[in-house]
Design a binder for this molecule. Structure first.
Ligand code: THU
Length: 139
């Protein structure tokens, strides 16, 4: 699947968003090196912090199916019923993704209103990150 199609898939995933509190629907489409795609949407909750973002939904689906390698994620978010509008992953999602992606090669694709997109290297969005490497250092 090319990135244009991945962006469309992310935007379509917004349809399942449960965003009754914010009215802001987000869809994500996560691509593996083998070409498999896992979608996700945001799922809110009356106890607000219990809600989950689209990106983490997609990663949880993929990881729980046994995936461990990831190439790119497209993110489409905007007010419900409107075009997507440059929604970037939140800080929690960036940290969550950091566990599973390579900073230099993993790409985050941000979907614009006309479904065109801009691509960022993960390391641009989360520089100087805290990750597993430091915990594996000999004490
Ligand atoms: N949201 C996401 O799904 N992904 C992000 O990276 C940013 C925020 C959701 C969470 C909440 O349901 C709504 O957008 C408004 O914050």
């Amino acid at each position: 699947m090319d990135y244009t199609e991945l962006c469309k898939t992310a935007d379509e995933a917004r349809k399942n968003s449960y965003c009754v509190y914010s009215g802001f629907s987000v869809g994500a489409a996560l691509l593996t090196p083998d070409g498999r795609v896992y979608t996700g949407c945001n799922i809110e909750n009356a106890a607000y912090p219990a809600g989950i973002c689209a990106e983490r939904t997609a990663f949880c689906k993929a990881i729980s199916e046994g995936e461990r390698e990831f190439r790119a994620i497209a993110v489409a978010g905007g007010r419900i019923g409107e075009a997507p509008d440059d929604a970037f992953p939140c800080g929690v999602c960036r940290q969550f993704m950091n566990e599973f992606v390579d900073s230099d090669s993993f790409e985050v694709i941000i979907v614009h209103r006309d479904l065109s997109y801009t691509t960022y290297r993960f390391g641009e969005l989360l520089p100087y990150s805290f990750g597993s490497k430091i915990l594996k250092k000999e004490l």
